[in-house]
Design a protein around this ligand. Structure first.
Ligand SMILES: Cc1cc2nc3c(=O)[nH]c(=O)nc-3n(C[C@H](O)[C@H](O)[C@H](O)COP(=O)(O)O)c2cc1C
Length: 152
């Protein structure tokens, strides 16, 4: 299966998480490309069998729990586009000390629904990635194993 992981990051955690996901899926003989949200486009998303979206949650102009600004831009660019039946999966990094813990995941799930995509598996919310990187990397790997089982 051809898989695209689209991520954005501020302090590098979501990039590291994306690489772990890539590693696991490549081991399952999938072809996996990792791209930053700012460097992809709606037509490119259309070229893959599965698109995995990963974003930290952030706070812009006092509004918490938003996706990274590059995802906000990508979502805008996708307005009017549909990806009928295309598989999507969503993960996010956040911090449970915020009221809207991993709110970006909810926004990205709404995006998937709005473009008529199909969600593969449950989304993943990672709390305090760098505070326990080893345990969180294990969580990410096991989530990816579960995701790969939903792919046919
Ligand atoms: C200014 C700022 C705002 C944040 N807002 C939220 C938030 O609303 N919800 C949340 O769960 N985490 C929030 N976080 C935590 C980050 O999402 C978390 O540190 C994440 O791991 C960063 O990922 P990155 O390393 O890929 O940038 C915020 C962090 C900062 C510094």
């Amino acid at each position: 299966m051809n898989i695209l992981i689209v991520y954005a990051t501020n302090s590098g955690g979501t990039q590291i998480a994306s690489q772990s996901i890539q590693e696991v899926l490549t081991g399952k003989t999938h072809t996996v490309v990792v791209k930053q949200a700012a460097q992809t486009s709606p037509p490119e998303l259309g070229q893959y069998d599965l698109v995995i979206l990963g974003s930290p949650s952030w706070d812009y102009e006092g509004q918490e729990g938003l996706p990274h600004a590059d995802f906000i831009d990508l979502i805008k660019k996708c307005q009017g586009t549909t990806f009928e039946g295309k598989k999507f999966a969503v993960f996010g990094l956040g911090d449970s000390s915020y009221t809207h813990f991993c709110g970006a995941v909810n926004h990205l799930e709404e995006f998937v629904t709005s473009v008529k995509g199909t969600k593969s598996g449950e989304s993943l919310k990672i709390d305090g990635f760098y505070f326990n990187q080893e345990k969180n990397t294990e969580l990410i790997r096991s989530w990816t194993e579960g995701l790969s089982q939903t792919l046919v």
